[in-house]
Design a protein around this ligand. Structure first.
Ligand code: XMP
Length: 472
């Protein structure tokens, strides 16, 4: 025995992400053209490096579909029955992989009404769809303004052919609309039937949906590796099974994973792990690990560090796991999970070796998150809670989230987060911020960022409005 003092003095200190900054670098990276695509896992490519945390106040099918639609991936939580979780995943797969609105006219509608609709919606073209649901072409604002003298003339007199897109060409439709070539395009199925309109409002610059090899939105689902029935059923639908246990480095869980990867075909993400040793132990036992979910105790709603004294800050966990994997030439992508509070936190954690960032807090206030809005003193909020919080544990299916034994002690808390509007608002903010960071560093893509980012540690930068500055 002995060596206890040494344990204290040899312990590394790792500061907060807030006190770590990237230095500007040289090069010709243009923020507008940096490539944000990344690997979520070995076989899943994303257009943006964002995943949603599998939590019951964040990730059900609506948020997962909306996130995949703009290039990320949602991980459906497992605080529900197997059937419900499978259904949630199926719903994501059933969504058209682009945000479609039902905006069209029947051929018999009067041209006056068409003009009204176009003025109201600010559109230059509207699709014409016949009573069998078949797309017939477009009517153009310019033609109607010229030719629609009698308000009752049917729009069928003003039909023009125009570019429509098959569902499989969703990415191209996105780019076409984003380039401003049209402010609306019709999306059709193989039989020429109208599925919906993609409008300029539904398009975000340069962001494409993340799709599987069949052209459907990608989706992942949380599982406990010991719950083989859930894993097997979900594996038929989802692209990835994401291990959702607080402490993955456990003999029984690892043993269960070895069986799981033999009996399922979706990508398997192991986690959560907090040390390089856990990563190496996992790869030495489990035949196929397609991704690591890294970080223990860092979540904004997480009380594990104060309850148990255990904490592997995401910043340290990600960097040390990446280093260990690289040293062994193992190219498994890392998902950084827990404690990411701002777009710049995401840039920094990616620069430290993560391939993507998993977000709970940052997405919980969006329209697509499951809880209803709450109004307090005239301000809008959404509830957000840890999956091992008391109220979440009251629900049957989370019993094993943070323990397989008898733990009745909550390891999470809940609260209200400010309402943030549609998911695409916050994602747009993150994407813009990533582009700016990468432009400063001089990185053209995420792997380039790993190589080029240099860091400096400094106290949190204060600005006017902080306590240290007084304004008159
Ligand atoms: P953020 O910081 O994005 O973190 O809100 C989300 C991550 O936190 C983890 N999580 C928990 N950790 N007790 C914990 O110790 C909990 O009740 C809890 N619920 C979620 C999880 O890894 C999630 O992705």
């Amino acid at each position: 025995m002995g060596g206890f003092l040494d344990k204290i003095f040899s312990a590394s200190y790792v500061g907060d992400l807030e006190e770590l900054y990237m230095l500007p670098g040289g090069g010709d990276a243009d923020p507008r053209s940096v490539d944000l695509s990344t690997s979520f896992s070995r076989n899943i490519r994303l257009k943006i490096p964002i995943a949603s945390a599998p939590m019951d106040t964040v990730s059900e099918w609506r948020l997962a579909a909306a996130l995949a639609m703009i290039g990320g991936i949602g991980v459906i939580h497992r605080n529900m029955s197997i059937e419900d979780q499978v259904r949630n995943a199926e719903k994501v797969k059933e969504q058209p992989p682009i945000p479609l609105e039902s905006i069209y006219l029947l051929p018999i509608e009067p041209c006056g009404r068409a003009l009204d609709t176009m003025r109201r919606k600010g559109l230059r073209e509207l699709p014409i769809v016949d009573s069998n649901g078949v797309f017939r072409g477009y009517t153009r604002f310019s033609d109607l303004v010229e030719g629609c003298r009698e308000d009752i003339t049917p729009v069928s007199d003003f039909i023009h052919s125009g570019r429509s897109f098959a569902l499989e060409e969703a990415g191209e439709a996105y780019r076409y609309t984003a380039r401003g070539e049209a402010d609306l395009v019709a999306i059709i199925d193989k039989g020429g039937r109208y599925l919906g309109s993609l409008t300029i409002d539904g398009v975000m610059d340069d962001i494409n949906p993340a799709l599987d090899h069949k052209g459907r939105l990608v989706v992942a689902a949380a599982i406990n590796p010991m719950d083989m029935e859930r894993a097997r059923k979900l594996s038929r639908v989802v692209d990835a099974l994401v291990s959702d246990v607080a402490h993955y480095q456990n003999r029984d869980i690892i043993r269960a994973s070895t069986r799981l990867v033999k009996e399922t075909s979706s990508d398997f993400i192991a986690g959560n792990i907090g040390t390089p040793e856990a990563a190496l132990e996992a790869v030495s036992h489990v035949e196929r690990i397609d991704g690591f979910r890294v970080g223990v105790g860092g979540g904004s709603i997480c009380t594990t560090p104060s309850v148990s004294g255990i904490f592997s800050p995401t910043l340290w966990a990600v960097a040390s796991v990446r280093d260990a994997l690289d040293a062994s030439n193992i190219r498994i992508p890392i998902i950084a999970d827990g404690g990411l509070r701002s777009p710049s936190d995401i840039s920094k954690i990616l620069a430290l070796g993560a391939s993507s960032a998993m977000l709970g807090y940052m997405l919980a206030g969006t329209d697509e998150a499951p809880p209803d809005l709450v109004e307090v003193s005239g301000k809008l909020y959404k509830p957000y809670r840890g999956m091992a919080s008391y109220t979440s544990m009251l629900r049957r299916y989370s019993i094993d989230r943070y323990s397989r034994s008898s733990k009745n002690v909550p390891e999470g808390v809940g609260g209200l987060v400010p309402y943030r509007g549609p998911l695409r608002n916050i994602i747009r903010e993150i994407v813009e911020s990533l582009r700016i960071s990468m432009g400063y560093v001089g990185a053209r893509n995420i792997e380039d960022l790993w190589v080029k980012a240099r860091f400096i540690r400094a106290p949190r930068k204060r600005v006017i409005g902080d306590d240290e500055y007084r304004t008159v």
